[in-house]
Ligand binder design. Sequence first.
Ligand SMILES: Cc1cc2nc3c(=O)[nH]c(=O)nc-3n(C[C@H](O)[C@H](O)[C@H](O)COP(=O)(O)OP(=O)(O)OC[C@H]3O[C@@H](n4cnc5c(N)ncnc54)[C@H](O)[C@@H]3O)c2cc1C
Length: 463
Amino acid sequence: MISKIKADYLIIGAGAMGMAFADEILTHTDATIVMVDKNFKPGGHWNYAYPFVRLHQTSMCYGVNSTELGGDRVDEIGFNKGCYELASGGECLAYFDNVMRRRFLTSGRVTYLPMCEYREDGTAVNLVSGTEYEFQVRKIVNGTYMNVTVPATRPPTYSSSGGSVVVPVNELPNVAPKYENIVIVGSGKTGMDACLFLLSNGCNPDNITWIMPSDAWMFDRFTVEPDRRFSGPCTQYAIGALTTALEASDYDNFFDLLESKELVKRMDSSVKPTRWRCATFTPVELEQLRRIKNVVRKGYLESVSPTEMICSAGTHKTPPNAVFVDCSADGLPQMPLTKVFDGNTITLQNVRMCQQVYSAGFIGNVEANVAADEDRKNELTQPVPMPYRDEDYLRCFIGNSRNMLVWLTEPAVVKWINASRIDLFSPLLDFDDPETAKNIEAMNALMEQAVPKMEALLASKKA
Ligand SMILES: Cc1cc2nc3c(=O)[nH]c(=O)nc-3n(C[C@H](O)[C@H](O)[C@H](O)COP(=O)(O)OP(=O)(O)OC[C@H]3O[C@@H](n4cnc5c(N)ncnc54)[C@H](O)[C@@H]3O)c2cc1C
């Protein structure tokens, strides 16, 4: 059976980005939307997240602009004590479900097609009933481009033999009580979360072996807490990074200075990080992670057996009665940057570093409220790369700064930034207040000076 659907926008993906974009269209226009997702519920990757997952950034600026998530509570207990609350995976899923049911569907302007896969020929199919859909729409919004991958949705990239047990991180609470030793495979945020889960449940750190293919620079959560004042931590962080670039003599010196100012932190003072993935921790969490001494830095894991683990740069003895916990999926792989606005297609990408949801909402606002041609819309939404290697820290700050300088020239964007709950990292841009206007001018001058210097620092990185 073929069903034909007419709407203004077809949004592929009801993950956080598709939802944040749709929310802006509903708020600022009368347009109709059809949302297609192969999942059974909105919320994208949160449907497959590990049971102890929490947001990596604060709840108060996550989700869609119109609907609060969790308020602005500060944690009074636990490893995140003193910082804004981080919603659990369950809370994120319930949130997106509520937004879909209570706001999107009741608006009468959204048609939601769960369990439907969008196909390259522009049609979609319901994976249960086989019903096919054809669309007559003005614009197609790709909310799948970021290609988020979590361990539960793909097999490990290494092989296992001799009866070794390898489980996705989702299984950790089930397997942890049954094995003497736990091997955590992967040093990204998921691997760190898995280690913290074990430590917070009293696991002896000596029973944890941590396969760490690479070390990454990290943020101290206290230094990037949301705050809309110029004097707030996040704006001061940005000023600190830009100023440090101006002071640095070369690439290596830049990271030395960042570290001496505690703008970045590392796990082990004797190992130089080669990655930066926006991972954010409290000092207490970092202290906990440093309790793990069995850290295997021998490259990427290639195969495991009950006796040994073969890595790309050497082998390591498997501890007795061990389970391997796969935390190695690259959650946010690097995708080639592409035009956001291209004819009748809008491709959702980051326009601010590490801020997917903010970026999708921002693009929705540009689509709805900026009356300009495609070139201007693209000028306002230059994609910022996904963080991966250490040099991406500079690339992201260059992208952020260039975008901010353009955003300040567009009144509809300034208005959105000031009113936006999903932007808690920009200072309020009140040009009528002399003190704020002075701060904005100073920040502009700093960004204009720092961007070419950051480019020079990038060029000075030794191969
Ligand atoms: C553990 C974890 C914690 C995170 N914490 C934060 C945080 O605190 N703050 C933050 O800003 N970001 C965070 N992120 C980043 C995260 O990428 C975003 O928050 C966001 O959830 C990504 O949403 P998305 O819509 O881009 O992708 P997804 O969640 O992957 O959604 C894409 C959707 O598209 C659907 N889809 C794909 N292909 C098709 C197709 N062909 N047909 C139909 N549907 C399709 C999928 O089913 C999916 O539902 C975190 C990421 C992870 C993995």
